[in-house]
Design a protein around this ligand. Sequence first.
Ligand code: NAI
Length: 296
Amino acid sequence: MISLKDRVALITGAGGGLGRSHALYLAGLGAKIVVNDPGGGVAGSGGNRAPADETVALVRQAGGEAVADYSGVETMEGASRMTAAALEAFGRLDIVVNNAGILRDASFKKQTDDDWRRVLDVHLTGSRNVVKAAWDHLCGRKYGRIVMTSSASGLYGNFGQTNYGAAKLGAIGFLNSLKEEGERYGIKVNAVAPMARSRMTESILPAELLGKLDPRFVSPVVAYLASEDCAVNGQCWAVGGGYVARVAIVEAKGLRLPADESFDAETVAANLETITDLGKARPLANLMDASAKILR
Ligand code: NAI
C-alpha cells in the first residue's frame, strides 16, 4: 500500500486545477498539506486568498489536515514563508510539489520582455526558490521527494510558448543535476508533464477531450513519485486521462569517424542518416555517462 501517513507536503499553486487535485489526493493517502496559492489570474495578475482557503476546506472536509499559505514562489521570501508554514504547522517537511504556474502566451515576435521574465520567474526560478528554501531541512533529515511540473510544450514545443517552453524544459535541466546532488541525502526528484482540464487548458482543448482529462488522473502519479516507495530518480513522466509514460532525452547510437583531417563538413552531410537515426538511441544517466559515450 502506498501511504503518505505522517508525511508533510508543500504543494505550490494548489488553490485550483491540478494543485488542488494533488492536495486532495495526497491528503487522502495521509499527508498533511501546505496549500500554497496567492490566487490571481492565469497570467499571474491580482491576488486572492479564497482559492487556497477553499482547498484547505476541501481537504479538511475529507478528513485530512491542511494549512494555507498565500505567498508567491517567485521570491525567496515567499518560498521561505511556505517552508516555515510547514514547519510551524506540522514540524517537518518531506515533499515538495512544484506545481505553480502562469501563462503569458504570445508569438515570439510579439512577446514582451515582461512576458518572458514573469513566466521564467514563476515556473523556473519559483521552483528553484521553493526547493532552495526546503533543501537544508530535507538534507538534514536525509529524506525528501520533489516533484516538478514540466509540460509537453517544453519537451516538444508549442507555437506562442517560447517563454513557457523554456521554463518547463528548464525544470528538467534543474532536476537532472539536482538528482545527482540529492541522492546522498535520500532525496529523489522527478517530474510530471501533465495534461488535464483546468482554467489553463479549458479555452485551448476541445470540450470532449477536456471531459476525459480530469486532474484526478494526474494526482496518483504525483503521489507515487512523492512516496517512499518511489523507485525512480531523475525521471519525467507524461501523464493524463489515465495515460502514464516515461519521457526521456535520448542520444542516438551515433557514428564514430576518424578524428583527423578527414573529418570535415562533407563527411557530416554524407552521414546524416546514421547521425540522426534514433533506432538504437538510449537515455544517458548524467554528464559522466554522456562523456564516456563520446570518449569510449
Ligand atoms: P491553474 O492555473 O489552475 O493552476 C496554477 C496555479 O498556480 C493557480 O492556482 C495559480 O494561482 C498558481 N500560481 C500562479 N502564480 C503563482 C505564484 N507566483 N506562486 C504560487 N502559485 C502561483 O492551471 P493548472 O493546469 O492546474 O496548472 C498546474 C501546473 O501544471 C502548471 O505548472 C502548469 O504549467 C502545468 N501544466 C498543466 C497542463 C494542463 O494540461 N493543465 C499541461 C502542462 C503543464
